[in-house]
Design a protein around this ligand. Structure first.
Ligand code: PAF
Length: 281
């Protein structure tokens, strides 16, 4: 761990700074506007690694044309203060030009695993994620990289990419951090007004209802999906995009729940699209 946090932008600055850091090195990739969820990843990296690097980059290639790239929340000053308090050693703030120099034309794509769920709703999203994470891995060369379980499919896709491309990096997925009323922490929660914020707990309520049914012995996947759907429908401000009860590893929809299972959903609360998930089994 170094005495003071180093902040870099260019690749040359990054590589120079990396020489000063002890190994093992943990990387926490973020898009900024940090919350307790991100900080829990930094804490976990702090516990497991001699040095911790955090990247902050709102990655344009993972946003669709009608998504929220231009209004995605940003507050670098605040993020840097939080990271200093969390004892990060290095913060990398690449610009668009550093990440995607003029003429950029190389992409990383994970195939089957990106087809359902978020991949089906957000075409091109995972191509952007895997390309940028691959670039972060190549530039930082961490020993471990930390991601949140809230983005369950993203975590699975990054794990697949890491294996497929033989990165010598351990991908560590940390539990979702929730507000006291169950809402999963997300930078996008800042879009919600007071009424929407209250309505947003419907994701947690729907997942909890399905989990309760599972704990009571329900194994029919369609019944669990129906319970989630019906719970979301009780909330007037909510518009369901999808619910899923899928195999945890393949993300394929199930008929019967037997092994490790991912319950997940995407719901619009007003104009804000939120996702959440629980793991069963
Ligand atoms: O989860 C996120 O914040 C982003 O998708 C990530 C992994 C930093 C890539 O831009």
């Amino acid at each position: 761990m170094s005495d003071s946090m180093i902040i870099v932008t260019t690749l040359q600055e990054l590589w120079q700074a990396l020489r000063l850091l002890d190994r093992p090195l943990g990387l926490v990739p973020t898009m900024g506007y940090l919350h307790e969820g991100h900080l829990s990843l930094v804490q976990r990296a702090r516990q497991e690694c001699a040095s911790v690097a955090v990247s902050i980059f709102v990655n344009p290639t993972q946003f669709g044309p009608n998504e929220d790239l231009s209004r995605y929340p940003r507050n670098i000053e605040r993020d840097l203060k939080l990271l200093e308090t969390a004892c990060a050693d290095l913060v990398w703030l690449p610009t668009n030009e550093v990440m995607y120099p003029t003429g950029f034309q190389t992409w990383v794509t994970v195939e089957t695993l990106t087809a359902p769920l978020e991949g089906a709703m957000r075409p091109g999203h995972f191509r952007g994620v895997t390309t940028v994470v691959s670039k972060l891995f190549n530039a930082v060369r961490p020993d471990k990289a930390y991601f949140g379980q809230k983005d369950a499919q993203q975590a699975a896709v990054i794990r697949q990419m890491t294996n497929d491309l033989s990165y010598p990096i351990e991908v560590i997925v940390c539990p979702t951090v929730r507000e006291p009323d169950g809402l999963a922490m997300s930078s996008r929660n800042s879009y919600l007004n007071a009424e929407e914020r209250r309505a947003a707990t419907v994701l947690f309520r729907a997942l909890s209802a399905a989990q309760q049914a599972y704990q009571n012995g329900e194994r029919n996947a369609e019944t669990l999906r129906r319970i989630m759907r019906e719970t979301v429908q009780t909330e007037p401000l909510a518009r369901l995009q999808y619910v899923s009860c899928a195999d945890y590893d393949t993300l394929q929809e199930l008929e019967t729940v037997s092994g490790k299972t991912l319950l997940s959903m995407a719901v619009f609360i007003g104009n804000t699209r939120l996702i959440d998930n629980f793991v069963l089994g």
